[in-house]
Design a protein around this ligand. Structure first.
Ligand code: FES
Length: 245
């Protein structure tokens, strides 16, 4: 498990991708795992809590966050420019078991749930990966995935791109040896239940409001088949059957 570190990280780029989505690159040299996240803040006192933001990509000296402006904290992050810094605590949590997966893998996202899946896809070397992704109206970040996947299937709520409808309509677990997913809970629940029914392993990345992000406040406790677990420390990635069976 990589060492958790707290401290400032220099912002190298913070690029708007449209529709309130930003890609922030910071300097970082410690190892991270696909599916882990950082508690991020770019302000002094208010808002009180740091924001949990998953790792989108990582290289030897950089870390990339893909995030959506949803409130005051992410709005402040979106205003960061090259040369500014953000405070990071992490990496936190248990990621996707990408090194254990083999064969045909469906990687399924809903909205900004696509964020932690790039590093996961990069870790699925030797697998045949199909990315199934749902967006409200317009896709983003897909070019980064193209070198690592066999196929990309897109669904949008509006029908502007890909199939009009839900991403779950594009994903039949019976086609795959395993499924990994991140997105809105109703989407993940539907997908995980379909996987359970067809006996296909499924890994879901859960999202919660988090106060401490390190397993200290118990504010993110969730009931699982293995008892009460902290989403931040024991997750955010769980087996689908532990959450939805
Ligand atoms: Fe505090 Fe998870 S956010 S225990």
């Amino acid at each position: 498990m990589p060492v958790k570190r707290c401290g400032p990280a220099a912002v190298l780029e913070n690029k708007p991708l449209g529709d309130g989505i930003f890609r922030m690159t910071v300097r970082w040299t410690e190892p991270v795992q696909a599916g882990q996240f950082f508690m991020v803040r770019g302000w002094d006192r208010f808002p009180l809590l740091s924001r949990p933001i998953s790792v989108h990509d990582a290289a030897e000296e950089t870390l990339v966050f893909l995030y959506e402006v949803r409130g005051e904290g992410t709005q402040l992050l979106s205003e960061k420019r090259k040369g500014d810094s953000v405070e990071l605590t992490g990496p936190v949590g248990t990621g996707f078991p990408v090194e254990k997966l083999k064969g045909k893998i469906a990687v399924v996202s809903g909205g900004i749930g696509i964020a932690p899946l790039l590093l996961a896809v990069k870790g699925l070397s030797g697998c045949e990966v199909t990315l199934c992704c749902g967006f409200r109206d317009k896709s983003y970040a897909l070019d980064d995935f193209r070198p690592y996947v066999r196929e990309i299937r897109v669904a949008t709520d509006s029908g502007r791109e890909g199939k009009k409808g839900f991403v779950t309509e594009l994903t039949d677990p019976a086609e795959f040896d395993a499924v990994i997913t991140c997105g809105p809970e109703p989407m993940m629940e539907k997908l995980a239940r379909a996987c359970i029914e067809k006996g296909v392993p499924c890994y879901v990345s859960m999202e919660r409001h988090m106060a401490c992000g390190i397993g200290a406040c118990l504010g993110c406790t969730h009931h699982t088949a293995q008892g009460a677990k902290c989403i931040c420390k024991d997750g955010p990635v769980f087996k689908g059957e532990d959450i939805y069976a």
